[in-house]
Design a protein around this ligand. Structure first.
Ligand SMILES: [Fe+2]
Length: 404
């Protein structure tokens, strides 16, 4: 793996940590002192970027970075790309999981960066040089990917994240269950950060926390989002994104419900998107009543209370997961299809975990089903929204266009 080539000390000493993980049928080992996760990008704005990484010894945190530019090269007839890492942000605290926020950046601009940590005994641990782009201006087109429920099967997740990165999205939303058990620290690397590394070095990724994350401290250690990190919102381009923690109490009057209500009411963005783990509408065969023996509620009760808020505040799409397959609903309002004013719910839980199945009969709200591993790509320009959904073999199996 690229990111391990800068290991300073390959000797195994008593203090050295041997870190083993397996994915894609390959065993690789980090021996000695090194960077064992990342660097990876978290919350991005037009003027800032959060960069994280992990070292297997306590060390300082430094990011060297600079605006990508072309520098005339004497004797050459073409300018050469350069990565002048002429700015530095450093934190002296000795820690393992590093988080550095770069500020005073320019909107919609490419920056090169490199992370560097110095351990107590003076070893310098540094990454390769990577590139990121700050958030686009309000009137610019942009693209994002939605995927989720990648847990337990990092080989499939790696394939899907490589496919997602090939689309060069501006950012990614993961609808949760990124690890099998959020309390098992190693899984945050083996199931999430390592398989998605090529994408996450260069593309900011947001998670809506799933039940498998178990509200563990490692979630909060490994991510960096606005607010309290389990529910938060951000603007990107001409859109507003509200990320909900659907594992918590969402009844009217609860802290999070009131926050969601205020957040949706306050946004004047042209497009409004919500993401949370549990599906408000789902045709799954057994999670909401075993359809082999009985009826199903065909929705996750955890999030039922939010549906009126989405309808009232003009949410365009609600992204969700939890069920390991794909389902897109018709636009829904007041418990029935309303093509003009309805909210569309898209369950994109085909990120790698074992597939689930649909009830044997069709739900009234279903527009499209796919029982396979998948991800969704969204492109937005002004009042045009397009969603293309791809399976793990690269076949586009669903398409949605909205205009406003
Ligand atoms: Fe789940």
């Amino acid at each position: 793996m690229n990111k391990y080539k800068h290991l300073i000390n390959s000797k195994i000493s008593a203090l050295s940590v041997v870190f083993l993980c397996a994915f894609q049928s390959t065993l690789f080992a980090v021996e000695g002192t090194g960077i064992i996760a990342g660097p990876y990008l978290q919350h991005v704005t037009q003027t800032s970027m959060v960069i994280m990484w992990e070292t297997n010894v306590a060390a300082t945190s430094t990011v060297k970075f600079g605006k990508a530019r072309f520098v005339p090269a004497p004797g050459r007839n073409k300018p050469e790309p350069k990565a002048p890492l002429d700015r530095v942000v450093s934190l002296d605290k000795m820690i393992n999981i590093h988080e550095v926020r770069l500020e005073n950046l320019e909107a919609q601009t490419d920056y090169f960066y490199q992370v560097l940590s110095v351990s107590k005994d003076g070893k310098i641990l540094e990454s390769d040089v990577f590139i990121f782009q700050t958030a686009v201006r309000e009137d610019s087109p942009f693209a994002y990917v939605v995927m989720g429920d990648n847990r337990t099967y990092p080989d499939r997740f790696k394939k899907l994240t490589d496919m997602a990165y090939a689309e060069r999205p501006n950012f990614v939303i993961n609808v949760g269950d990124v690890v099998s058990d959020g309390k098992v620290k190693e899984q945050w690397i083996t199931e999430y950060l390592a398989p998605a590394a090529e994408l996450m070095h260069r593309v900011p990724t947001y998670v809506s926390i799933g039940n498998h994350e178990r509200d563990a401290k490692w979630y909060y250690r490994y991510v960096s989002y606005p607010g309290n990190e389990n529910y938060y919102s951000f603007d990107y381009g001409n859109a507003h994104f509200t990320i909900v923690d659907s594992n918590k109490d969402l009844s009217p009057g609860s802290k999070e419900y009131e926050w969601i209500k205020a957040d949706l009411a306050s946004s004047k963005a042209k497009w409004k998107f919500v993401a949370h783990h549990h599906p408000p509408y789902s045709s799954d065969s057994d999670d909401y009543g075993n359809t082999a023996y009985s009826l199903s509620t065909r929705m996750a009760p955890e999030v039922k209370s939010l549906i009126p808020l989405y309808e009232q505040h003009g949410v365009d799409i609600v992204w969700c997961g939890h069920i390991h397959d794909y389902e897109r609903t018709w636009p829904i309002r007041g418990g029935k299809v309303d093509e003009k004013n309805g909210v569309i719910y898209i369950q994109a839980g085909g990120g790698g975990a074992g597939l689930e199945n649909f009830a044997p009969t069709r739900s009234w709200f279903t527009a499209k089903l796919l029982r396979y591993w998948q991800y969704c790509l969204v492109t937005i320009h002004d009042g045009t929204f397009r969603m293309m959904a791809y399976d793990i073999d690269g076949k586009m199996y669903d398409f949605l266009e909205l205009k406003k």
